[in-house]
Design a protein around this ligand. Structure first.
Ligand code: NAP
Length: 418
């Protein structure tokens, strides 16, 4: 494919799919989208750290800049050019910095548009404690879990109508006159959104979470939902999740409520237990019974709330990584946004996007490079070399800028690789 404004490196090779699996060359072309606000500062740091880890393990990533948000408006006069989506499609993996979504400005989230256009259906957010990171809870080391958040539907489907618009009035009429809910909606302007949740999307997300738990030797998968109130959306998510667990995995997976009793508490070796929790209870469970939770699977909005709050327990958004997975596709991106108030100050923590890059390396099958990244980040933080967000919570230590922290991690890749 040819591109108008994207410089495709001439000396690298694309990642391809062979026999249903990724085939990764030693010099892959990897798209990188810096993003808005602090993205422009943290993404180049991830580029240098991830590139260094690849080099230290005998490979060579050929980075390729792609554009969305502010950078795309400057080049293409568009927020999300087709070229950017085409490049992510063609090259299959990539790293993405955060993109700004103005609240209530009639501007659809570019992040959501990218995930939906590429069918990146699982937003995966590992939440684990890194030695040396200050935490507001007493035993942060008890948290070691991975959130699988559905990415393509729920309230983020983008089907909503502005208060006072023709669309919202038409939907109101339909709800009241056709569907018979004539005494629920208040008079006057009303905004209306639709929360679709399908069997297809719910089941493939839960399948992804269970496959992950089996592959990584995790013990439990907890379905997190609000099915007590939203019975036909969140309740259906839970029911479909149990269907997947009960019907597709044989003895490898058991469900807490049924098979557990039938088996007198005996677990088959290496079995994963699937259970469920209501979302509001889950937020307190994560604070009180942190160590009981392992892999979590949930609809989109629950996943958004829960991953930010659990991220805070292990040191905040500055260190919380994520990635979006589809079928043989992955775009790594931090949990945090573009934090406009800190933009241009070379100040914020690039750890979240660096550790997101680690997830991308694991997806590529480069576990040795991924381990180097983790060890170098941990060593840097343990040495007390931290950015302002961690520095303000610890005694002693050295406050580094975004770029200085990146240089320290690159140096430590060399140190841990010796
Ligand atoms: P945010 O950008 O994540 O920032 C919220 C707060 O988190 C910051 O004020 C800061 O806390 C802390 N923080 C975030 N990133 C940090 C980092 N790298 N290092 C240190 N601290 C960090 O959330 P927001 O202010 O709600 O959203 C801003 C914009 O980003 C919005 O337009 C939103 O739509 C967008 N957004 C994009 C994505 C995405 O691209 N995937 C995700 C979320 C939000 P303190 O103030 O306590 O220092």
């Amino acid at each position: 494919m040819s591109y108008d404004h994207i410089d495709v490196p001439s000396d690298g090779a694309p990642i391809e799919v062979e026999n249903g699996a990724l085939s990764v060359p030693e010099d892959p072309i990897v798209p990188i989208l810096y993003g808005d606000g602090i993205g422009k500062e943290v993404a180049p740091v991830a580029e240098s750290v991830i590139g260094k880890a690849a080099e230290a393990t005998g490979r060579d990533i050929r980075w390729m800049r792609v554009y969305a948000g502010e950078s795309a408006r400057e080049i293409y006069d568009a927020n999300l050019p087709d070229e950017t989506l085409d490049a992510f499609r063609e090259f299959r993996i990539g790293i993405k910095g955060p993109l700004t979504t103005p609240v209530g400005a009639g501007f659809r989230s570019l992040n959501v548009a990218i995930r939906q256009s590429l069918d990146l259906y699982a937003n995966v957010r590992p939440t684990y404690y890194i030695n040396g990171v200050p935490s507001p809870v007493k035993r942060p080391e008890q948290m070691d879990m991975v959130v699988f958040r559905e990415n393509t539907e729920d309230v983020y489907s983008g089907i909503e109508w502005e208060p006072g618009s023709e669309g919202s009035e038409q939907v109101r009429d339909f709800i009241e006159e056709e569907m018979g809910y004539d005494d629920i909606l208040h008079e006057g302007d009303i905004g209306i959104g639709i929360k679709p949740m399908s069997e297809f999307a719910s089941k493939r997300l839960v399948r992804e979470a269970i496959d992950y738990a089996l592959e990584k030797d995790r013990d439990t998968v907890t379905l997190v939902h609000k099915g007590n109130i939203m019975k036909y959306t969140e309740g259906a998510f839970r029911d479909w999740g149990y269907e997947v667990a009960n019907e597709e995995y044989g003895d490898e997976v058991i469900t807490e409520d049924t098979l557990w009793e039938e088996r007198d508490g005996e677990l088959p070796e290496d079995a994963v237990v699937v259970n469920d929790r209501i979302a509001d209870n889950m937020l307190q469970q994560l604070l009180i019974n942190t160590e009981h939770y392992d892999v979590l699977a949930m609809p989109n909005l629950n996943g958004d709330y829960l991953s930010d709050s659990s991220g805070a327990q292990i040191g905040g958004l500055g260190i919380a990584p994520g990635a979006n997975f589809g079928d043989n596709r992955c775009i790594a991106e931090p949990v945090h946004g573009s934090a406009p108030k800190y933009a241009g100050q070379d100040k914020v923590n690039p750890t979240a996007i660096i550790l997101s890059g680690r997830l991308m390396l694991e997806y590529m099958g480069w576990d040795d490079a991924a381990d180097l990244v983790y060890q170098a980040v941990e060593k840097t933080i343990e040495e007390g070399q931290v950015t302002f967000d961690l520095y303000r919570q610890i005694e002693g230590g050295e406050k580094l800028s975004t770029s200085e922290f990146g240089e320290a991690v690159v140096d430590n890749i060399e140190a841990v690789n010796e």
